[in-house]
Design a binder for this molecule. Sequence first.
Ligand SMILES: *[C@@H]1O[C@H](CO)[C@@H](O)[C@H](O)[C@H]1NC(C)=O
Ligand SMILES: *[C@@H]1O[C@H](CO)[C@@H](O)[C@H](O)[C@H]1NC(C)=O
Ligand SMILES: *[C@@H]1O[C@H](CO)[C@@H](O)[C@H](O)[C@H]1NC(C)=O
Ligand SMILES: *[C@@H]1O[C@H](CO)[C@@H](O)[C@H](O)[C@H]1NC(C)=O
Ligand SMILES: *[C@@H]1O[C@H](CO)[C@@H](O)[C@H](O)[C@H]1NC(C)=O
Length: 945
Amino acid sequence: MIKSHLGIISFFITLLGFVNFSISQTSLDATTMQALKSSLNLTSDIDWSNPNPCKWESVQCDGSNRVTRIQLKQKGILGTLPSDLQNLSELTVLELFLNQISGPIPDLKGLTRLQKLNLHNNLLTSVPKDLFSGMSSLQEVFLENNPFVSWEIPDTIKEATSLQNLSLSNCSITGKIPDFFGSQSLPSLTNLKLSQNSLYGELPSSFTGSSLQSLYLNGNVKLNGSISILKNMTSLTEIDLQGNAFTGPIPDLSGLKSLRVFNVRENQLTGVVPPSLIGLSSLTTVNLTNNLFQGPTPLFGKSVGVDIFKSTNSFCTDVAGVACDPRVDVLVSVAESFGYPKKLAESWKGNDPCVSWVGITCSGSDITVVNLKKQDLSGTISPSLANLTSLETINLSDNVLSGSIPSQLTTLPKLRTLDVSNNDIFGDVPKFREDVRLVIDGNTNIGKDGPSRPSGSPVASRGRNASGGGSGSDSSKKSSNVKIIVPVVGGVVGALCLVGLGVCLYAQKRKRPARVQSPSSNMVIHPHHSGDTDDIKLTVAASSLNNGGGSESCYSHSESATSDIHVVEAGNLVISIQVLRNVTNNFSEENILGRGGFGTVYKGELHDGTKIAVKRMESSVVSDKGLTEFKSEITVLTKMRHRHLVALLGYCLDGNERLLVYEYMPQGTLSQHLFHWKEEGLKPLDWTRRLAIALDVARGVEYLHTLAHQSFIHRDLKPSNILLGDDMRAKVSDFGLVRLAPDGKYSIETRVAGTFGYLAPEYAVTGRVTTKVDIFSLGVILMELITGRKALDETQPEDSVHLVTWFRRVAASKVENAFKNAIDPNIIPDKDIIASIEKVWELAGHCCAREPYQRPDMAHIVNVLSTLTVQWKPTEIDPDDLYGIDYDMPLPQKVKEWQAFEGLSQTGDDSGSSSSAYGSKDNTQTSIPTRPSGFADSFTSVDGR
Ligand SMILES: *[C@@H]1O[C@H](CO)[C@@H](O)[C@H](O)[C@H]1NC(C)=O
Ligand SMILES: *[C@@H]1O[C@H](CO)[C@@H](O)[C@H](O)[C@H]1NC(C)=O
Ligand SMILES: *[C@@H]1O[C@H](CO)[C@@H](O)[C@H](O)[C@H]1NC(C)=O
Ligand SMILES: *[C@@H]1O[C@H](CO)[C@@H](O)[C@H](O)[C@H]1NC(C)=O
Ligand SMILES: *[C@@H]1O[C@H](CO)[C@@H](O)[C@H](O)[C@H]1NC(C)=O
């Protein structure tokens, strides 16, 4: 009984409380509305004068007189929003858009019934930190076009679980797109507009499977990464990503059955516009301008509005729907396997891959080389490469490629080299023909059954940016793999006669029959394909030439003499591509002497039988270099003339072609004679020859180190860069080529694997370059000459692989005359020879001292070696005479002198062609688009300035 009374009483109390509460809420609304009224500073044309706000214009209340809607759009309102707005707890609609309301958006947490919040186009200055916290009824939010201070989208938006339209364009938002706009957190969200903010980063993975229909992210500038997730956003009808930094291809969009608008203008998208987009029947508008799309220009249906502006993409042709050249299709599909990298899309445009496409070298219209070494490529190797049946060289080394080597590549009939070293390739290595050089090292998971060619351990530290050579001015750490060059034969030499076309250069001043050493009679032109990985490449030879006598004939029929060869300002010889094509049999396979990092070297034969070596540089190596810089480098190199440096005789620039013409060195490289003599059918070098070669090299390098104004550092001395003439005298090649590479390419990192054994430790570790780097390398070469062992010899037991390390150990051993056991067994030693070897052994040790300052300089080395060589003197050679060539004078100038000397009057011979052949400054070379580059700065100049 009592209990039930209590129950009734408590019911009434509750009821009273409720009524009381309701009344107080209503009056609270009124108070809040008064505050709003004064805060908004309403103009008189809005009638908010009644004491009951429910009677106010544009305000609605429910049956309990609670305010539910406030809708004052476009009323010229100037004021601010009151901080207690959230007391209007029954509010469902707040629309104040298109006014000039300023100040912050107040805390709105209490507005749990609010469904629409529309404050766009005002002058609001900030957003509460916990925006939308607890506002689970919120469906539509429009805050665009307010001058907020910069803010990030807070996580509390997640609490607005009913959100359908969120429009925050031009709201000064920064940060990343949060990862909760998917169906998990905001299952109803259909329109998301975040345009014109400062968002950055990638599309969040939560977009997968979202029910978004409109996605506007245009104008954020820095949004980037792939757009592949669009594939999974199948509800989309409008996509606007214009004006960002998205990369990669358009994904398969065939699942987006309702897509109408696809705007990706002004991004960096690549790849072929997929049929899955072109075929979408729902499409009405497509904008593709200003990207890097490749392949054919897409042809959309008639009802689709398209802006493509082909020229701003990398399509193969301008005509929509027209197929590409099959070579383009193949290369685009190769690029696809790499994920369509931007770098390739920028370069691989148009319909002719033979025109300056990065990494592509052609012979005629046949693609012979794909060299994409160190291009930051990921993805896999496309089997489509096998469709390029003219391919001879594929170099994909120093990337991060995965997958395995496609077996299709084994079918390439002309393939000679496949280099995939230093990637993440795995799996079995398919079986290639025996004569294919396969380089697969540096792939941790590659099948063990592959024919692997060890080439030195990768060095852990890479000194690319280390600065400061000893002399301070060096800033370039590039290195070269190139090899080039060759010697004039027999010391004699030569005339370089570019004849078929009318020109002829004599490299010989006087006839010096006496000096030709015996080998000249059986001069063998020896194609040097060394077994060495890198090396040899160019070279031409002036050999067969005997001497001035033959020269008159050099000039002869000159159908096209006028533009074939020019002497340009600096006295360099410019040779037309046509001439070089002619003399190399159109760069035919048979003429290849070798291949290297900078290109392929062809033997050329002039009409009179004189041989030259033509280095045809890889377009990827030189394409970044402007014409002017290239020429200025060449100018320097052509001036470096010394009897122990392989001479650069001329060059050719034609379109993207850059060719260097060198003396031909008929006996190939030192490494062939030292390490591969058996395979090459040669005799082992005796000690006196080795000593003579060492001295030659030291002299050549000494010259480099002591040039009057600039000291040159070779940086890549090794036996494969030392070329031999028929007299077995040596010349150093490849100096200076480092500078021809684009900045950053062919840096020490890329080259280290090949030449690590020769690198001074400080260079390997810090990139620090001084002349002492060359001293170290020469020391290694001396060790090789003594021991007949390679700097890195993987066939040795593990602790002896690295020659310098092993040498030091032997040198430090207590055993008396330990060095004797290290002497190459092919050297037949007598007492004098042993004594000589011992001196060189010591010298080698000093040269390879760990600290650069402990190493001697080149003059000292020359001294030591020359005292040892007194017994063996090439009597026919007068050391002061430099073979009759004044190496300080530019060749063409010299030629003129010789002509005068010999009473030849070439110029008078044919007035029409001769002047153009020699004297014309009219450079009719094809011009090369000049690109900006720091090339000219990259000299390793170590002069004191
Ligand atoms: C809003 O409500 C709070 C507490 O409920 C109260 O203190 C404040 O005065 C109210 N503000 C207005 C303008 O009515
Ligand atoms: C309200 O409007 C009047 C007249 O337009 C103006 O003078 C006053 O400064 C405004 N007050 C506020 C708080 O904006
Ligand atoms: C798309 O969805 C599939 C299946 O849910 C998933 O495996 C894939 O990773 C998603 N793609 C992207 C780009 O998120
Ligand atoms: C996109 O393309 C359509 C159709 O050509 C065009 O009307 C529209 O102006 C373009 N939009 C942009 C942003 O370029
Ligand atoms: C490569 O050749 C194969 C076989 O002929 C062909 O099916 C494929 O489409 C070709 N690939 C490209 C990219 O042309």
